[in-house]
Design a protein around this ligand. Structure first.
Ligand code: 6R9
Length: 695
């Protein structure tokens, strides 16, 4: 799908102002001591934090890391033994892998032959260990004051009822189930119910459009879709069931028919009488699920049986169905959660991610619940009714670990410190960041203002494909550098390679690859193992290629610098430029489109679209709006272009390839840095584009 020559230059993608090699003199501040200022490059853990931390020193980390790479099988077997397995793995075959495409088919297997169930480990075990009365899920609704909670015993009952229902209607081990739900407690319940019976869930983020949902339904052919009638998000009501109806009609046209649409009645957003209904297919959750028994036998599955499919964007228009299996993913998400946040049983943990993304899979549902944690699930929007909502929630539930995305940090930072300072936040102990590089100024604000200079920030670099954290600062162990994800997790062996795929040592910049497999790694792309191999293992033979650029400084710290392929990261959402382009060209008046990412103050990257119209069609404001609407309808609101740049022509090579490098420079108005344009088929288009930049 792409070779190294299609990648952007790593240097040009670096938007990290204090990146590698720039640290000459190290100024340090100790956690809790004073504010971290622009001059402070190192934030040291306080003795107090380290003493009670699970990993309390650099030395302890290094010892564990060494063991994990010298003897991965031994290291992970020891950890895996803390979980419940119906049958154990063969100690001589803990991991079987081939990442080298030149040596045959790429494959990864961990604990194959062992059997377990992730739902049993995440729920039943805590109940049988006497923790049934501990709160598993706190739920905070869109409106302040609207809330609920479930203890582990209650969660078990709810999961079993839904699992019993699913079995009754014929869902079997290996069947796909699509879940299109907002952040209600029913979302993790539905995931766990599928896992309990060995069904493969595929959660589709409830911000995706009907077309995107249909595309996923057509790809994985679920027996059943689980949704709700509507949801309130901030001041808006979103009619999810209408979107599902449209998607199901569309799928039927492609000969994929879904037998059942199980619909949760979300009364605070919409009454059932107002909901459009198709008799025979649509079923109200509340009418059936509560009638089923609160006991449901667990389906023991092989460690390598699929647990879920999650679609993510790649560099072509077709989303990739990332497939994760059971055993390795279970061990990996639980272990990374525990160490990344220095988890203690008394913690109240809040991750603001939606379960529609990988972060919600691994670190709202599975990782925390496997540890028996109390997890907060928030249905609403972080700035509703005002920009203080997050801190109001932190105080209300005495949240100790708060895990969010840089885009949210930046947007709240813009609203001023008062919204934060109005609340105590004294329960907070550890902060976390995910989704994109966190720029040092946002890092400092998060650290100084939100965390009162007291809480380490776990800046976790990882991907849908990796299943769990890969590079992160383990709190208590490492001095932190604002903006650096620091060091690899246990068992993770990063390699920075150059254009030719040669590993570079020491202080350097290049393409980030991983050398060996880790238990949480994805095993294939659903239905397309060849695309799995070409996308991830072909660009640099012998390595897993992440798609990210990265540098390593002289102290060995890793600095992620963003995607180097045709994927952009908007508010932490991964969007393929090709997906947006294909939506734009489906507009009847659009002849051609090229989309690039451009730096955006709040979103990290914004979507910048160059659009060529069909012959004779005039530019107009109405047309601009209608193009944007087309993208919203085809992908979802989060993928709407920030800018439409009218383009009489696009800069192309003589072989017809669009030169995105030039478009990126025009989009970011770096007009002096256009580079060599002489290889263009028509160099004149560049001037035309510049002339139209602000139209
Ligand atoms: C977990 C998640 C993955 C891409 C990844 C990278 C970017 C995520 C990051 C980060 C720098 C971090 N990314 N976390 N970049 N620092 N802490 O976001 O998965 O949606 O698959 O996106 O996000 O570019 O390649 P996913």
């Amino acid at each position: 799908e792409l070779g190294p020559s299609d990648l952007c230059h790593v240097e040009s993608m670096s938007h990290n102002p204090s990146g590698a090699g720039k640290i000459n003199k190290l100024n340090a501040v100790i956690l809790g001591d004073s504010l971290a200022s622009e001059e402070d490059d190192l934030i040291l853990p306080s003795a107090q934090f380290s003493q009670s931390a699970l990993i309390s020193s650099q030395q302890q980390y290094e010892n564990m890391y060494k063991k994990s790479v010298d003897d991965p099988a031994g290291f992970w077997s020891e950890i895996a033994s803390e979980f419940y397995w119906k049958e154990k793995w063969n100690p001589n075959e803990v991991c079987k892998e081939n990442l080298d495409i030149t040596k045959g088919q790429v494959s990864i297997e961990w604990f194959k032959g062992a059997s377990t169930n992730i739902c049993y480990n995440a729920v039943d075990l805590h109940v049988s260990a006497g923790n049934g009365d501990k709160v598993a899920i706190y739920w905070e609704g869109n409106e302040p004051g609207q809330d609920g909670q479930l203890t582990y015993s209650q969660l078990l009952d709810s999961v079993c009822q839904l699992a019993s229902y699913l079995k009754e209607v014929g869902v079997r081990k290996g069947d796909a189930v699509i879940i299109y739900l907002p952040m209600l407690m029913e979302l993790p319940i539905a995931m766990l119910a599928c896992a309990r019976i060995g069904a493969v869930h595929s959660v589709v983020f409830a911000g995706f459009s009907a077309e995107s949902l249909a595309q996923r339904i057509i790809d994985c052919k679920p027996k059943i879709v689980i949704t709700c009638n509507a949801v309130r998000r901030g001041p808006k009501v979103i009619f999810l069931k209408d979107i599902v109806d449209t998607a199901l009609t569309e799928s039927a046209k492609n000969n994929v028919s879904v037998d059942i649409c199980l619909t949760y009645e979300n009364t605070s957003a919409m009454k059932r009488e107002e909901t459009k209904w198709q008799d025979g297919r649509d079923v109200w959750w509340q009418d059936v699920v509560p009638n089923f028994p609160t006991k449901c036998d667990v389906e023991w599955v092989d460690a390598e049986d699929p647990l879920f499919l999650l679609y993510t964007s790649g560099s072509t228009g077709k989303p990739k169905g990332v497939l994760h299996t059971t055993g390795g993913y279970m061990v990996y998400t639980a272990t990374t959660f525990k160490y990344a946040f220095d988890y203690k049983p008394s913690d109240i943990y809040w991750c603001t991610a939606d379960c529609g993304w990988i972060t919600g899979h691994s670190y709202v549902t599975y990782g925390p619940l496997l540890n028996g944690a109390s997890v907060l699930v928030f249905e609403g929007a972080p700035n509703y009714p005002d920009a203080g909502r997050c801190w109001d929630i932190v105080d209300k539930y005495k949240v100790t670990i708060f895990y969010t995305a840089p885009t949210l940090v930046r947007s709240l930072m813009r609203e001023g410190d008062e919204f934060v300072k109005h609340y105590s936040r004294k329960s907070l102990r550890v902060l976390g960041s995910v989704g994109e590089p966190i720029n040092p100024s946002a890092w400092r604000w998060f650290f100084n203002v939100v965390g009162d200079s007291r809480c380490p920030i776990s800046d976790t670099w990882w991907q849908t494909e990796t299943g769990g954290f890969m590079i992160l600062p383990i709190p208590g162990a490492w001095p932190q550098k604002p903006g650096s994800a620091t060091f690899p997790f246990f068992g993770v062996q990063p390699a920075i390679v150059d254009e030719k795929g040669k590993e570079i040592e020491g202080e350097c910049s290049g393409y980030l690859c991983i050398k060996k497999s880790w238990p949480g790694a994805f095993r294939t792309l659903f239905g397309d193992h060849e695309r799995y191999e070409t996308t991830y293992f072909k660009p640099f033979a012998g390595y897993y290629f992440t798609g990210d650029g990265c540098s390593r400084d002289k102290d060995g710290y890793y600095w992620l610098t963003g995607r180097v392929d045709d994927v952009i990261n908007v508010s932490g959402h991964r969007i393929g430029t090709a997906e947006v382009e294909s939506a734009l060209v489906s507009h009847p008046q659009c002849a051609e489109a090229a989309v690039v990412g451009v730096e955006h103050e709040v979103k990290g990257q914004g979507i910048y679209a160059f659009v060529t119209l069909k012959e004779g069609v005039p530019y107009s404001e109405g047309l601009r709006k209608s193009l944007i609407l087309t993208v919203r309808n085809q992908i979802g609101a989060f993928a709407a272009p920030d800018k439409i740049h009218w383009a009489p022509g696009l800069p192309k090579t003589r072989s017809g390839k669009i030169m995105r490098r030039i478009l990126r420079k025009i989009a970011s108005r770096q007009l002096n840095e256009l580079g060599d344009t002489s290889t263009l088929a028509d160099p004149g288009v560049v001037d035309q584009l510049i002339a139209l930049a602000d139209c």
